[in-house]
Design a protein around this ligand. Sequence first.
Ligand SMILES: C[S@@+](CC[C@H](N)C(=O)[O-])C[C@H]1O[C@@H](n2cnc3c(N)ncnc32)[C@H](O)[C@@H]1O
Length: 241
Amino acid sequence: MEVKPYENSDKSKRKQVEEMFDDIAPKYDFLNHTLTMGIDRIWRRKAIRIANENKPQSILDVACGTGDFSILEAKKTSAKVTAIDISQGMLDIAVKKAEKEELLNGIEFIKADSLCMPFSDNTFDAVTVGFGVRNFADIPKGLSEILRVLKPGGRLVVLELSEPPNPVVKAGYSFYFHKVLPWWGNVISKNKAAYKYLPKSVDNFPYGERFVTLMKEAGYKNTKLKWLTLGLCAIYTGEKM
Ligand SMILES: C[S@@+](CC[C@H](N)C(=O)[O-])C[C@H]1O[C@@H](n2cnc3c(N)ncnc32)[C@H](O)[C@@H]1O
């Protein structure tokens, strides 16, 4: 199969993404769970099981948003969790949720950009990114930066949406994503642009083998791709040797 190379042309994407998530942060959780009909919770659990296979003592959750992934990691693993995001609005909600669950001792939330992280080389046993990679202004740079902060033997686990391969499922998905989602997102968040951006970000994401190729090019070994729910989502793993 021919794998198309990934190209990124939008230099101002980081700022736009930060402002957009700041704006939709109060409604993000409600919209996220209603729009995926709760399936995202099952996907998250699967990804965390894979991240926890090597019993990491430290996990970095990149693009943590409102903290669903980080909180689950603090509950389901014995690792110390560090979580970063560029949106202060999303982080504020994450902190409140962790506080409510009495998990703030186990998670450190930091405002930081995944493309330039404030951590030394070889710091974390595992890194997770849930529905965040497609928002990176420069995906190859983000993957290299994550590799830098992973310890040798450490594992990256990426959970990301993708276009399903089956034409019937794809047609249903396309209608839902391009029509229902922007409408419902606008009704709830009053931010039409944000929920138009979401389907576009999935359309533009180099999912499947293209993403695996980007991981390999960044230097990851033992790369694996696991499709979930008819190809609507995928878990990508790779290790630092
Ligand atoms: C769709 S949300 C996913 C949040 C969360 N991981 C989850 O599973 O629900 C994407 C998040 O990525 C964050 N993000 C996008 N680009 C980023 C970057 N360069 N560095 C850190 N966070 C970033 C956004 O601010 C947003 O909170």
